[in-house]
Design a protein around this ligand. Structure first.
Ligand code: F6P
Length: 560
């Protein structure tokens, strides 16, 4: 993407860079994307960035040459290059927890060193990851070959992953993406919520004799996972005897001590280090369910795809760098133009869980309002992320995206080739994806709406009454991510694209994308509140509303 504007100070300070962007946003017609296309017929070419078969078309946004230059100036002013160097050098970019963020080491190819700088010294993160990856591969192969079997000697047919947040969302999303079209080697099931209905339903469906249970928890202290793991253990031990637990349970964790006290033997523990954040852990042993369900080749493909994006992010110039450009367009929308939501529409049923996965990645990472130095952040940070697969979304919330009072940028995601034998269905799917983006851009004027109604023979009274409701403002931004086909490689590359996008945005906002203190208070209060719900307990101190709700809840349960 070329940099051409000369009115923009490319050596601006961060404050100046933000001011330049604010001035650009205030220009008359700054939001007129259609005018940008009229002025530059080659705009789509100019504002499409590629990496092999993967392309990202940013042209349906109001970023023009000036905004593009000013956004790159902001990235420079915010020290993005230095941040990127620190990230890959394994420094403790997660400053509030004193940890590196070295998830890239989990997908590093054999022989590539990647270091993590710890308070106690330096370790070769890639070597540690590769050693554990070999153990995982061996385990997966032996399960698939029937060498590792259940307590009754039967082969495993199902894998139940018990975990929550990053220990659930990534593996669940990837399992769906990689097994929906062609089926699974082991049928994956997931238990995350502490709502007991989940285990009750799974107990009806699963045969304990053929179910391998993975307890995935980075900390192995998460209340929901501990509760669900205990329930699954009761279910399995009740059916097959206590001795079967060691045969059917596997732990994926950094906390070997806690795993041992749960009763899982060391050779059934796959570990990782705390330089892997929870929401980045699907590349670690937490991804074991993906390899068991989709096969090792698909899992390795994911790692390779992500490693390709890592190299691109690390080495490519900022102006050509896909995660950087995706991040900058996001910043233009959320921080400069003030759009407070971001919609993600994957036109692919296999990516049904991708928005849910992104919600944690983006909102847990960048849902922050304090900078690294503890000051209030000066700009709106992460928007609300939501999405559903296209075309389903078109028949629900897209009404609001087209005609609602707020502007919501959309990321459209589409593979050019499907993994089924109905090419026409895929053309229909793709036509809808492109048409949605076109409709958001083009819009429909009152005159056009009225003319269409008249052409359809509608009476003037109906035209006057209904035409205003059929107006679309247009000029609504979207980004289209297109690639050849969705396999392990493409999925890994797509996930890593968003991971680095999030890191870039965090660096530019000056926040820590790798901690999540915002989840703490609720956890602490839930621990204090739990005893108050027991029959006969004397309720503790709460605000008036919470106390009343506790009383009402207990009355309705009528427990003695
Ligand atoms: O509550 C948030 C969180 O800490 C996430 O960051 C994490 O992915 C999830 O809980 C689960 O944590 P763990 O893997 O330690 O059980």
């Amino acid at each position: 993407m070329p940099v051409e504007a000369d009115s923009i100070d490319q050596d601006a300070t961060p404050q100046e860079a933000w001011s330049q962007l604010a001035i650009l946003a205030d220009r008359a017609g700054a939001m007129d994307i259609r005018a940008l296309f009229a002025a530059d017929p080659r705009r789509a070419e100019t504002y499409t960035a590629t990496l092999d078969d993967l392309s990202i078309d940013f042209s349906k946004s109001s970023v023009d040459a000036d905004a593009h230059t000013a956004l790159l100036a902001l990235a420079e002013a915010a020290g993005l290059r230095a941040f990127r160097d620190k990230l890959f050098a394994g420094y403790a970019v997660n400053s509030t927890e004193g940890r590196a963020a070295m998830h890239m080491a989990l997908r590093a190819p054999e022989g590539e060193a990647m270091l993590a700088v710890l308070p106690t010294g330096i370790e070769n993160a890639a070597a540690i990851a590769i050693a554990e990856r070999r153990r995982m591969q061996d385990f997966v192969t032996r399960v698939h070959e029937g060498d590792i079997v259940g307590a009754t000697g039967q082969r495993f047919t199902h894998v139940l992953n018990i975990g929550i947040g990053g220990s659930d969302l990534g593996p669940r999303m990837a399992c769906e993406a990689l097994t929906l079209a062609r089926g699974a080697m082991l049928t994956p099931r997931f238990l995350s919520n502490v709502d007991g209905t989940g285990m009750q339903a799974l107990a009806r469906e699963l045969d304990p004799a053929t179910t391998l249970v993975l307890v995935a928890s980075k900390t192995f202290t998460t209340q929901e996972t501990a509760t669900n793991a205990a329930a699954a253990r009761d279910w399995l031990a009740g059916a097959l005897g206590e001795a079967a637990v060691g045969v059917h349970f596997v732990a994926l964790s950094t906390n070997r001590l806690a795993v041992a006290s749960f009763g899982i033997a060391d050779d059934r523990v796959f570990g990782f280090r705390d330089w892997v954040g929870g929401r980045y852990s699907l590349w670690s042993p937490v991804g074991l369910s993906i390899a068991l369900a989709a096969g090792w080749e698909a899992f390795q493909g994911m790692l390779d795809g992500a490693a390709t994006m890592d190299r691109h992010f690390r080495d490519a110039d900022l102006a050509e760098n896909l995660p950087v450009l995706l991040a900058l367009v996001g910043i233009w929308h959320s921080s400069v133009l003030g759009y407070r939501a971001q919609c993600v529409l994957a036109y692919d049923d296999r990516l049904k869980r991708f928005p849910a996965y992104l919600q944690q990645l983006e909102m847990e990472s960048n849902g922050k309002s304090v900078t690294l130095s503890g000051a209030a952040v000066g700009h709106p940070t992460c928007p609300v992320i939501f999405g559903e697969p296209g075309t389903d979304a078109q028949h629900s919330f897209m009404q609001l995206v087209h005609q609602g009072t707020q502007v919501i940028p959309v990321d459209f995601i589409l593979a050019a080739n499907a993994d089924h034998d109905r090419p026409q269905a895929h053309r229909v799917l793709a036509a809808n994806a492109f048409a949605q983006a076109e409709a958001l851009l083009r819009g429909r004027t009152l005159e056009e709406a009225a003319a269409e109604m008249r052409n359809a023979g509608q009476p003037e009274a109906a035209v006057a009454a209904v035409a205003p409701h059929r107006v679309f403002s247009g000029n609504r931004p979207s980004t289209t991510i297109l690639f050849e086909k969705l396999d392990g490689f493409a999925l890994g590359r797509l996930i890593a694209l968003y991971e680095h996008k999030v890191a870039v945005q965090g660096a530019i906002w000056g926040i820590n994308s790798f901690d999540q203190w915002g989840v703490e208070l609720g956890k602490v209060l839930a621990g204090g509140l739990l005893p108050d719900l027991a029959p006969g307990a004397a309720p503790g101190e709460h605000d008036g509303s919470t106390s009343a709700l506790i009383r009402r809840f207990r009355d309705l349960r009528r427990e003695r």
